[in-house]
Structures are given as C-alpha cells and as structure tokens.
Design a binder for this molecule. Structure first.
Ligand code: GLY
Length: 356
C-alpha cells in the first residue's frame, strides 16, 4: 500500500484556527517512463493552481464547500484531467459527466450523472444539494434542473479533445479495455476542513473511456466516491469505479474512523440513541481522531478494493486537520496544503517531503 504518512500536526492547539485541503487529479499507471518532463511540469502546475485556489479561500476564512468547488472547477476546465472539459468519450462518442458533493455539517449531498452540456458538473451537484429536495439527478432531468439554476452550459465542442478521441478509437479498433489506453482513472476531487471546523468533499469525472449502456462509476455515488461527515472525515476517491461502489469506499473509511477513533467506547447520550438502546459505537469524543487511525482506515478500505481486483486511491482530511491519502496504483496526481505551512503537489508513488 502506497499510503502517505500523515502530517506532523500533533503540536497544533486544539482551538487554534486551522484549515486543511487535499486534492487529486486521478490515479493509475502514472510512471516517469510514461511521462515527459514537460507534461510532468504541466500537471504539477495545474495541481498547484487548483490547490492554491482552494487554500486561499480557506486561509481567508472561507468555507470548505467553496474551497473544494474552486479547486475542482479549475481541474474541470483543464483538458488534462478526465472531468468537465477533458472528459473521456463514451462508446457512442459522447462525453457524459458525473459529479457529487457533500457537506460534513449536516451530510447534505448533491450528485449528477450522465450530463452532457454542463460546463462544471460540480457546481450543478451543489445546486442539487442546496436547491432541490433530491440528492441524485441523472441525464436529461439533471439538465432540465440546471436550466432552472444559474448554471453555465457548454457546446459539445468544449469537451472535444483529440487524445481522448484517439483513445476511444483504439479501444474500439483493437478491442482494448479503457485501462489499456488510459492507464489511469482521471477523476478529480477535493476535500477540505475550514476554520469553522466544517468538512466537505467533492468529486467530478468523465468516467471510463468507451463506457456504454449508461454506465455510472463511483464518482457521483455518495458513499462510494464522495463522503463528508464532521464527526469523522471527508473523502474523495479516484479509481475503478465498480470496485469503489462495491466497497462503499468513502463512507466505509469515515465509518471506520468514527467507530475506532474513541480510545474507549463512548456510550451515546440519551438523546442520541434512536430507540433507547445502549449503543457504544456511533458516538465519539470530539478532538480525538488520531492520524494513524485515519491512515489505517483509508489503507484498509483500499486493501479491500485491491482484494476484489480493483485499484485507485483516495484523499482524506480529518476534523483535526490531518490531510492524507492512500493509493494502490503506481501514481496519483495529488496535493495538499494546511494552515501549518504544508503546501505540496506530487504525481508518482514516491514519498513526499515531510514524510518519513
Ligand atoms: N472513478 C471514476 C469512474 O469509475 O467512473
């Protein structure tokens, strides 16, 4: 497991204003051999740009929700990433976009799948969260809803990318799988903790090259590709969506953290117990999520994915501001920044600065 060592933030005063953000731009067979120095520099610059946009909002006292959307919009607009503008092609030669977002304060969530004319699907997902009574909208209906909101649309040409088109042609001509041509899952995502102590998570993707029959991956599925709960963590995933759905990766990690972060099992207060039964696990003492627990939970879920035959990675922040990741692929486009001065982006599976 290529898990990042958690940040050394243990000296952080519990009540000091702090913020934290992590982003990803996909995981897969991302190796130096497949990358030119020019392309590597372009990816690093794009990741840094997205990270800095989110970090600035958080440093200025903005919300985790605003920070993750700012970071994701920049990656959606960048054709290098498989989301928004750079979305891969379906079997039928279209671009079908998926996105989801979740607010850790109240677990309100919004998601869209199979939209073809929305410039920034993450913004539409947030409108579903705030302006509808629903969580998950699909296809034509989602676009009809978008038309009632202040959401920018784009013509099909906006999503046209030559390299993605060639990838589809190769899959069809040579009867390859999407992984043979893409070598990675290019989903983008961001997770953040703001100075008010609130968590948020968001994920956006074009899915997999040559997907057909209305295939939906994990990115727009709350609990699989995206989850945020102020009691435990915020997670965004990237990887082979079918496996992430089967494991329920994002929610699984948050649940593991919530259950196991108490040094002693904590009995819930009377008013937290639905039917008067004693329940030890759903409750925890605030401020006691050890980074090692969070890392172990993330690695465990990724091991589950791998055991089933899938691969990919996740990014995660905790209510204490620990920002970490876990992936079982050769590389993951990623970055993280915190109020403690950490600010770094990375691509390959090597250890980052500040890690042991
Ligand atoms: N993880 C993105 C997808 O499988 O569609």
């Amino acid at each position: 497991m290529l898990g990042g060592q958690v940040l050394a933030q243990d000296a952080l005063a519990v009540d000091s204003p702090k913020w934290s953000i992590a982003i990803h731009g996909g995981a897969g067979t991302i190796t130096r051999e497949r990358m030119t120095p020019e392309l590597e520099a372009q990816y690093e610059a794009a990741l840094q740009n997205a990270l800095d946009a989110g970090a600035k909002i958080l440093a200025d006292g903005g919300s985790a929700l605003d920070a993750i959307q700012a970071a994701i919009v920049l990656m959606e607009d960048d054709p290098k990433f498989n989301a928004g503008r750079g979305a891969v092609y379906t079997w039928d030669g279209a671009n079908e976009l998926d996105a989801s977002i979740m607010d850790g304060r109240d677990r309100s969530a919004g998601a869209v799948t199979g939209v073809t004319s929305i410039k920034n699907p993450i913004l539409l997902a947030d409108k579903v969260r705030t302006e509808s009574v629903h969580v998950f909208l699909s296809g034509k209906g989602a676009e009809e809803f978008a038309a009632t909101q202040d959401i920018e649309t784009a013509e099909p040409e906006w999503f046209e990318t030559e390299s993605r088109k060639r990838a589809l042609e190769r899959v069809k001509a040579e009867q390859l799988s999407a992984l043979d041509v893409d070598h990675k899952f290019g989903t983008v995502g961001a997770v953040a903790l703001d100075q008010d102590g609130n968590l948020a998570a968001g994920t956006s993707t074009g899915g997999m090259t040559a997907k057909r029959w209305g295939r939906i991956g994990d990115a727009p599925v709350i609990g699989a590709g995206t989850y945020a709960d102020n009691r435990s963590c915020a997670v965004s995933a990237t990887g082979w969506g079918e496996y992430f759905i089967r494991v329920g990766v994002a929610q699984e990690i948050c649940t593991l953290i919530r259950v196991h972060s108490s040094r002693e099992p904590v009995i819930c207060d009377e008013d937290q117990i639905p039917s008067g039964t004693e329940r030890a696990y759903p409750c925890r003492l605030p401020g006691n999520i050890e980074p090692e627990i969070a890392q172990a939970a993330a690695d465990y879920a990724m091991d589950e994915v791998q055991a089933l035959g899938g691969d990919g990675g996740i990014i995660l922040v905790t209510p204490e501001g620990h920002a970490l990741y876990s992936f079982n692929t050769a590389g993951m486009y990623r970055g993280r920044a915190t109020s403690e001065g950490v600010n770094e982006v990375a691509i390959f599976g090597e250890v980052l600065a500040g890690e042991e």
